[in-house]
Ligand binder design. Structure first.
Ligand SMILES: Nc1ncnc2c1ncn2[C@@H]1O[C@H](COP(=O)(O)OP(=O)(O)O)[C@@H](O)[C@H]1O
Ligand SMILES: [Mg+2]
Length: 297
C-alpha cells in the first residue's frame, strides 16, 4: 500500500476522480452540503449535471434517492402513500405508510436528488419547497415527519429544455445555492471521453471531440452537440483500423444530427452542416494514413 493510499481521501478528492474539471463547483457543492443548503445545478444538456450530483453522493457515502422529473410525479408519489390492503388490516400508521423518495431521504438523513426538476408539475414543486423550508413534511393521519440531520436536496435544471416543463418559481432559487455549468473545453472533453470509454485511440478521441467543439461554435447552429455525442462516437468506432470519411459521416450523422439544431436563418440542414464539419476536420489530418478521404465526384 502506498503512502497515498493510507491517507483517507477527502470528498473533494473522490469527486475529482469521477469528474473532469469543475473543481471550484465541486468545492462549493461540498461546502453547501456541510452547511445543509440545497443545491441547484443549472446548465444545458450533457454538461455533467447528473454526473456531478452522483459523484457528490458517492463521495459522501450517503443514501442517495433519485427521482427524475416528469409530469406524472405527483406530490403524493414523492411523499408516500398508504398501502390499501394493509390499511384495512392495520389502520393508518407508520407501518402501513409506504414512504416516497422525499420522505425516505428525510427519514435517513440522505440526499434527495431531483433530476430535471423543471419537468415536475408545479404542485410537486410546491411540495418540495415546503419540505425545503421547514425540513419536514406533513403526512395525512401520521402528522409531521422531520428530516434527520444530514438531509440534503440537489436539483438539476436545463433552462433550454422547454418541452413539457414549468419555469421554476423564484422561491425555489431563493432557497438554493445555484451552480451554473456550461460546456467544457476541448481539453476537458478529451479527458471525459477517455475516462468514460477507456479509449487510448488518441486520433479517434481528438476527432470526436473536435466535432463536438465545432458544433458548439458553429454560427449557423442554434445549439451544438454535447460531450455525450463524442463518447458515443468513440464507443462506436473504437477498434476500427481505418477511419473512412464516408463511414465516419454516417456515424457522425447518426450520433449528432438530432443533438444539434440549425438556426431558422440557416439554409442548410443539420446533416449538411455535419458533412462540412467532418470534412474540415479531416482535412487537417490529410497526411495520416489511417484516414481515407471521400473521393470527389
Ligand atoms: N466533467 C465531467 N466529468 C466526467 N464525466 C462527464 C463530465 N461532464 C459530462 N460527463 C459525461 O458526459 C455524459 C453526460 O453527462 P450528464 O451528467 O448526464 O449530463 P447532464 O445531466 O448535464 O445532461 C455522461 O456520460 C457523463 O459521465
Ligand atoms: Mg442529466
Amino acid at each position: 500500500m502506498s503512502e497515498e493510499d493510507k491517507v483517507p481521501k477527502t470528498a473533494l478528492n473522490l469527486m475529482l476522480e469521477l469528474i473532469v474539471g469543475r473543481k471550484k463547483e465541486l468545492k462549493l457543492m461540498i461546502r453547501a452540503v456541510e452547511k445543509g443548503l440545497p443545491i441547484i445545478i443549472e446548465g444545458p444538456v450533457g454538461t455533467g449535471k447528473t454526473e456531478m450530483a452522483k459523484a457528490l453522493a458517492s463521495s459522501l457515502d450517503k443514501l442517495f434517492v433519485r427521482v427524475d422529473g416528469d409530469d406524472s410525479l405527483t406530490s403524493i408519489k414523492l411523499k408516500g402513500w398508504y398501502d390499501p390492503p394493509l390499511v384495512i388490516e392495520k389502520g393508518f400508521s407508520r407501518e402501513t405508510f409506504i414512504p416516497g423518495p422525499l420522505t425516505q431521504a428525510m427519514e435517513e438523513g440522505g440526499i434527495f436528488f431531483y433530476n430535471e426538476v423543471n419537468r415536475a408539475p408545479s404542485e410537486t414543486i410546491n411540495a418540495v419547497l415546503t419540505a425545503l423550508d421547514e425540513n419536514l413534511i406533513t403526512i395525512p393521519q401520521l402528522g409531521e415527519i422531520k428530516a434527520k440531520k444530514g438531509f440534503i436536496s440537489i436539483f438539476t435544471y436545463n433552462p433550454q429544455d422547454t418541452v413539457a416543463t414549468n419555469p421554476l418559481p423564484k422561491a425555489f432559487y431563493d432557497r438554493c445555492v445555484w451552480i451554473n455549468v456550461t460546456h467544457q473545453t476541448l481539453e476537458e472533453m478529451l479527458q471525459i471521453v477517455k475516462l468514460r470509454t477507456n479509449s487510448e485511440d488518441s486520433l479517434l478521441n481528438q476527432i470526436s471531440c473536435e466535432i463536438v467543439e465545432a458544433t458548439l461554435n458553429h454560427p449557423e447552429l442554434e445549439y451544438g452537440s454535447t460531450v455525450r455525442g463524442a463518447i458515443q462516437l468513440v464507443s462506436l468506432l473504437l477498434g476500427e483500423e481505418k477511419l473512412e470519411e464516408e463511414i465516419l459521416i454516417t456515424y457522425v450523422i447518426s450520433v449528432h444530427s438530432r443533438k444539434i439544431r440549425c438556426k431558422t436563418t440557416s439554409r442548410k440542414t443539420e446533416e449538411e452542416i455535419i458533412i462540412e464539419i467532418v470534412s474540415k476536420i479531416l482535412s487537417k489530418y490529410d497526411d495520416n494514413d489511417r484516414i481515407s478521404r471521400k473521393k470527389e465526384n
